[in-house]
Design a protein around this ligand. Structure first.
Ligand code: C2E
Ligand code: MG
Ligand code: MG
Ligand code: MG
Length: 275
């Protein structure tokens, strides 16, 4: 009631807000310091052809070797980086590191594209996009080496500016993939008029296939839709041989999952798939 929303409550909220602001500044600082000290690195996870396990492409996944907290997965710091604004510098680091790694892959005859994850917080204006192309130009890496993974939310009708930025990127030769496809609760109508090259079907649609009839029906429908639209489809999070067999039977050509390969350092990738 009204009496309880007096001075005590107000100062409590103020303190909480102050604390939040402070921890954001701290975390922003920690990430920036970590970037400066070389604490971040990339693992690459193969995307393979389901028929023979041969390599199709790789996805760059960022990790943080924190001096106190140890190895931190992206879920532990990407959301914080997004809120604090550090995602911009972090994203530029990832792009820069992949530009350094791509020549090593090509030298080992690993030719597929490298997929890089982008959060919507990274698509704020043309200047951000220009920075990415400056990074590529500096390393003399052509845009057609890359796939940018985005989520469905970036293609919502009220995200016109982000859509325009994505279109300009596509026109330069970068392919666009929809990550975590099916989890965004959004209409699929954007697929009609937006240049999407790849749908990555989220692990949650794959987990209980083929035992769960309902999930299996959904997965099958998603695969057929992508094929009808002539969009490549990747099943994410595949761990079991019966999942692989099911995907093969239903002509889902591409698989990413622990069954075939976990994310690994570039040296391990070259060792395993290089020639
Ligand atoms: P994502 O883009 O959907 O990447 C796939 C995630 O699924 C990776 O987790 C990968 O290790 C995991 N995965 C792949 N196959 C399997 C499997 O068979 N079983 C299980 N249990 N997991 C599997 P990771 O590396 O922890 O990354 C989590 C998320 O963090 C990514 O999901 C992506 O959204 C985000 N992320 C990673 N790197 C970056 C980055 O450089 N920038 C941005 N903005 N986000 C990133
Ligand atoms: Mg991804
Ligand atoms: Mg993702
Ligand atoms: Mg995903």
């Amino acid at each position: 009631n009204a009496k309880n929303t007096g001075r005590g409550t107000t100062s409590f909220f103020n303190a909480e807000l102050r604390e939040q602001a402070a921890s954001h500044i701290e975390l922003h600082h920690a990430i920036m310091l970590g970037l400066k000290n070389g604490e971040f690195f990339i693992d690459y996870q193969p995307v393979v052809n389901s028929k023979d396990g041969s390599l199709h492409s790789v996805e760059a996944l960022v990790r943080w070797q924190h001096p106190q907290h140890g190895l931190m997965p992206p879920k532990a710091f990407i959301p914080i980086a997004e809120k604090s604004g550090a995602i911009r510098e972090l994203g530029n680091f990832v792009l820069n590191q992949t530009c350094l790694d791509i020549p090593k892959l090509r030298k080992a005859n690993i030719m597929g594209r490298v997929a890089v994850n982008f959060s919507s917080h990274q698509f704020y204006d043309q200047m951000a996009v220009d920075t990415w192309f400056e990074i590529l130009a500096k390393h003399e890496i052509s845009p057609d080496n890359f796939t940018f993974e985005i989520t469905e939310s970036m293609l919502l009708p009220d995200r016109e500016r982000q859509r325009d930025l994505l279109l300009s990127i596509h026109h330069k030769g970068i392919q666009l993939a929809i990550d975590d496809f099916g989890t965004g609760y959004s209409s699929t109508s954007y697929l009609q008029h937006f240049p999407v090259s790849m749908l990555k079907i989220d692990k949650s649609f794959v987990d209980r296939v083929p035992e769960d009839k309902h999930q299996t029906a959904l997965l099958t429908a998603l695969i057929h839709m992508a094929r009808a639209l002539e969009i490549d489809v990747v099943a994410e999070g595949v761990e079991q041989v019966n999942q692989v067999e099911f995907l093969n039977k239903h002509c889902a050509d591409l698989i990413q999952g622990f069954y075939f390969a976990r994310p690994m350092p570039i040296a391990a990738l070259v060792e395993r798939y290089g020639q």
